[in-house]
Structures are given as structure tokens and as C-alpha cells.
Design a binder for this molecule. Structure first.
Ligand code: 2P0
Length: 313
């Protein structure tokens, strides 16, 4: 019998960018994310004679998934598997498809192979595939921090419902993967030491803002975090320039909306999409403005979602 699991993508409001040396795929700095209910990966696993992978219906080889399977098999009894995975959003374009993908895969394998992992162990398993996947094990607001580097639920999705409008400016996969980009920034950006030195204070401040449901403080910290991360990217050699012209126009529009009373702030990841986080009552207005910006191909809207789970049969 095949086993199917579902996981949602997440976006970090406090970013990490850079990994520790050594095994385990641990970030250098803490992060804090929201899980997006409308961006979903559905993954089915089933016994097979040899590993086989289908992404969005097409047979593929994926070095990252093959590496993760080899790594997991050192610790867990996982036989050869046919894996079939579907995203209902563009893959590898800065919408954290690896987060939902590895969270769904770890959850499906845990159930299918009877590993009986705790949430924390499953989060660590997902992290070994992709760092941000550790957070998609949980819903709502999720922290990923030392010493365990396992996703930890900070606030349930219905405790502080926020909305996210994603402005897609380029749906194709990015030219430089996060893994490669992070290593490059750590090795070459002169700002990397300052990034590390300020991370813990930023993390504590953001956890406090979430605890107090302080939207203005959350937005201020989130915008500072993504801009600081893009400063690392821009100062890497060769530079990592993920933005498009339309990305900058979206950021400008979000500032104007805020000046006009909208409760909204921006964040971006390793891609050209702009994510506007807002209170649900302002989502329609934010989406109407962003979708009319030249270069915005389409918009997506999401509320906060739950953690990774096995699908009902
Ligand atoms: C984050 N990102 O905190 C940061 C901000 C993107 C920008 O973690 O190398 O695909 O697979 O562990 O999880 C995206 O990187 O990286 C990421 P790998 P991942 O969400």
C-alpha cells in the first residue's frame, strides 16, 4: 500500500543564510517562519525494486533527494522506494519547494517505513534534506534554532491569522541554488561575520514580537532581515542578484501601501518573488495593487497553514 503525505511551504520572516561545516546540514544562524497553507506538496512513497522519482508527473533524477536518501539510510531502515511528488506552485523559484518537498518526503517515509519518529526527529530528518524543510513539519509560526536545530512551533496558525500575497515575477527555476549561494556568501561576503553577530538578537526580538502579536515590530524586523540577507548576496563574489526590476517595484508599492494605512510588510528569499505579509482584511487591496505592477506574472494568496501530515486514504 502506498503512503501519501502533505506538507506546506514556509517563508522565513527571520532568514538564515549560511550553513555550519560538517554533517547534519545545520544552519549557522536561527530563523523563524510562517507556514503557508495554500502552497502544498503532496508526496506518495511505495516499495519498488530500485529508487525511482517522479516530480510533477515526470521521471527525474534529483541529486539532492538521492543524497538525502543515502544519508537517511545510514540511520533508518528505508528500502528502495518509488517516490512521486507534486507541487501546486512553481518549483525552485524562491517559493521554498524544497521545504515542503523534504517535509512531505520525511513524513511519508516515516509513516511508510514504520520509523515512529517524534516531531523533533522528523524535523531533523527533513533538515538533512533541506534546511528550511525542518520548519515545514509544523504549522503557523515556527522557529529553527540552536542547539537542536529542529523546528519548534511558536504560535499556532489560528492564534494570529495573517495573510500572504506572493507576487511572482519570474516562474522559472533560479540560476543559483540556495545551497550553492549560501556557501558562496559565507566564503566571500565581507559582511558575513556581521550577519552572524547580529542573528541571535534579531531572533529574540522577533520571537518577542510574535509572542505579543505586534505586527509593526514583526514587519520592521522581517524587512530588516531579508534586506540584510540580500546585502550578503549582493556582496558575494560573484554577486548573487536574485531581484528583477518588478521585484523592486513591488517593494516600492508595499511601502506606499503602508504609508497609506495598509498593515503590510515585504519579504523575499533566494528568488525574484516578493511576498507581502499583511492582516487578512488588507489582503485584497494588497493583491490588487501587486498584480497590476508591470512584470508581475501572477499573484498567489495564502493564509497560514498546518504542519506536515499523512494524508487520509
Ligand atoms: C530561509 N532560505 O531561512 C532561507 C532564506 C532561503 C532564503 O533556507 O541548502 O532550500 O536546501 O538546506 O532550505 C532556502 O534554502 O537550503 C532557505 P538547503 P534551502 O528560509
Amino acid at each position: 500500500m502506498p503512503t501519501t503525505a502533505i506538507a506546506h511551504s514556509n517563508i522565513a520572516l527571520l532568514k538564515y543564510w549560511g550553513k555550519q561545516d560538517g554533517p547534519g546540514n545545520r544552519p549557522d544562524t536561527p530563523s523563524l517562519s510562517i507556514t503557508l497553507g495554500a502552497l502544498t506538496t503532496t508526496t506518495t512513497v511505495e516499495e519498488a525494486d530500485a529508487d525511482a522519482l517522479q516530480l510533477d508527473g515526470r521521471p527525474v533524477h534529483d541529486a539532492k533527494i538521492e543524497r538525502a536518501l543515502a544519508d537517511w539510510r545510514r540511520d533508518y531502515p528505508i528500502g528502495p522506494l518509488a517516490i512521486s511528488s507534486r507541487n501546486d506552485f512553481p518549483t525552485a523559484a524562491g517559493l521554498a519547494s524544497s521545504a515542503s518537498g523534504f517535509a512531505a518526503l520525511a513524513t511519508a517515509i516515516d509513516a511508510h517505513c514504520g520509523l515512529r519518529l517524534s516531531d523533533g526527529e522528523r524535523s531533523a530528518m527533513a533538515r538533512r534534506g533541506s534546511g528550511s524543510a525542518a520548519r515545514s513539519i509544523h504549522g503557523g509560526f515556527v522557529a529553527l534554532a540552536a542547539p537542536d536545530w529542529r523546528g519548534e512551533a511558536v504560535l499556532a496558525p489560528d492564534a494570529w491569522p495573517l495573510a500572504v500575497v506572493v507576487a511572482i515575477t519570474a516562474p522559472e527555476p533560479k540560476a543559483v541554488s540556495s545551497t550553492v549561494g549560501m556557501d558562496r556568501s559565507k566564503a566571500t561576503s565581507p559582511y558575513y561575520p556581521a550577519w552572524g553577530a547580529t542573528a541571535d538578537a534579531d531572533f529574540e526580538a522577533m520571537k518577542a514580537a510574535v509572542g505579543q502579536r505586534d505586527f509593526d515590530a514583526l514587519g520592521e524586523l522581517a524587512e530588516a532581515s531579508f534586506l540584510k540577507m540580500h546585502a550578503l548576496m549582493l556582496s558575494s563574489r560573484p554577486a548573487l542578484i536574485y531581484w528583477r526590476g518588478a521585484s523592486v517595484e513591488c517593494l516600492r508599492a508595499i511601502r506606499e501601501l503602508r504609508a497609506d494605512g495598509c498593515r503590510v510588510f515585504a519579504t523575499m528569499d533566494a528568488g525574484p518573488q516578493v511576498k507581502a505579509v499583511c492582516v487578512p482584511d488588507d489582503a485584497e487591496r494588497v493583491e490588487a495593487v501587486l498584480k497590476d505592477i508591470p512584470g508581475v506574472v501572477r499573484t498567489l494568496r495564502s493564509g497560514l497553514g498546518g504542519g506536515a501530515r499523512v494524508a487520509d486514504s
